[in-house]
Design a protein around this ligand. Structure first.
Ligand code: CP3
Length: 344
């Protein structure tokens, strides 16, 4: 059993595992060399290229898990909603979601027909990888925020307006997006992904009551619908300190924690048996190594050898980051991140 999978299950193992969100692409020069021009969605449609990009950070950093090179908008793009990813900006939508008629634009996803390239990339990867592969999907709220706003947003004004003015339409939208995430995740697991992560990156924009009323039921539906496949389920969002217990309650085995909440405090907010993933502040990676080193040690100390810890950044790798620093982070976590033996 790999350290990564053991940590996800809070089971005994020796060494704290580490991987980085958004480790594929971003700051790697070898990524820029083979990525080619055009939309990332085209690169994702090329399984040989996507598999190679997935492998690059595993080779370079020696991380304990790979994450498939894809994007959270791939399924809605594939069913023809009219979504692209603009370089340097993120997802953009031709005609944003605004009314009940737009539900027709969100037909069910048929992964073998709509996203065969993701399945093929994963099949190639599981043949080549020596560490587990993480599949993923965007959570209904975060994907909805792009479909409704039409582009990345800071306020989520249109999203919250729809949620509060037309709850029936909101829940119908959440349900369609939950079904799309379920179909995508099941196909990824069936192709060989050994863990999955549900990215609800922007759920932290909501207060607890709105999260639990308008969002959690759809994410819980996703987790419940893949439970039978038996792979660890990671649930991640940014600025979710007030939502960590709800993130666990939605049905996750591992809860992602950003850098704003120390791991020992986060541990108090989730039930025993739920593992944590995180939470080095990504921005600290721009500081001199001595500062990075101190922060890595601080994260490890806050975890205090608990078996349920997957080391990661509190959010993703940024394009300007020096890969050499991330290499040193992995090396330090592997050298000093030790799991406490079980007390009897
Ligand atoms: O983690 C990985 O390395 C695997 C691949 C991955 C990508 N996107 C590739 C990508 C994953 C897991 C994602 C998830 C994703 N996509 C999220 C959730 C994760 C998070 O950070 O919270 C979100 C919100 C998106 C939507 C999205 N796609 C954004 C905001 C951007 C950034 C725009 C930019 O240019 O910086 C993208 C584009 C994107 N997705 C890139 C990559 C490697 C970079 C652009 C490119 O290479 O064309």
């Amino acid at each position: 059993m790999s350290d990564f999978l053991s940590a996800c299950r809070s089971e005994p193992h020796d060494r704290v595992p580490v991987w980085f969100m958004r480790q594929a692409g971003r700051s790697l020069p070898e990524y820029r060399a083979i990525r080619g021009p055009g939309s990332i969605l085209d690169a994702i449609k090329n399984p040989d290229l996507a598999a190679e990009i997935t492998l690059q950070p595993v080779r370079r950093y020696g991380v304990d898990a790979a994450i498939v090179y894809s994007d959270i908008v791939v399924p809605v793009h594939a069913i023809g909603f009219g979504v692209d990813v603009a370089p340097g900006t993120g997802p953009v939508v031709d005609v944003p979601f605004s009314c009940a008629a737009d539900l027709q634009r969100l037909r069910p996803l048929e992964p073998e027909l709509d996203t065969p390239y993701v399945i093929e990339t994963i099949r190639t990867l599981v043949r080549e990888l020596s560490v587990p592969l993480i599949g993923f999907a965007g959570a209904p709220f975060t994907v909805a925020s792009y479909l409704i706003e039409g582009r990345p947003s800071r306020t989520y004004g249109k999203t919250k307006a729809l949620m509060h003015s037309e709850p029936a339409l909101w829940f119908a939208l959440m349900d369609r997006l939950a079904d799309i995430a379920i179909a995508s995740l099941r196909s990824q697991i069936e192709a060989g992904a050994q863990a999955i992560q549900l990215f609800d990156s922007w759920a932290g924009a909501l207060h607890r009551t709105d999260y639990r009323t308008y969002v959690m039921p759809a994410s819980a539906k996703v987790f419940a619908a893949i439970a039978d496949l038996g792979v660890p389920r990671i649930h991640f969002g940014v600025d979710t300190g007030e939502l960590l217990d709800s993130f666990a309650e939605a049905g996750a085995d591992v809860v992602g924690v950003d850098w704003r909440v120390h791991l020992d405090d986060a541990r108090q907010r989730v039930p025993a048996g739920i593992a944590l993933q995180g939470n080095l502040d990504p921005a600290i990676c721009y500081a001199p190594w001595t500062a990075v080193e101190a922060e890595v040690r601080n994260v490890l100390a806050r975890n205090d050898g608990h078996p349920g810890h997957v080391f990661n950044l509190g959010h993703g790798v940024q394009p300007e980051m020096d890969p050499a620093i991330l290499e040193r982070v992995v090396e330090l976590v592997h050298r000093e991140g030790r799991v406490r033996p079980l007390e009897d």
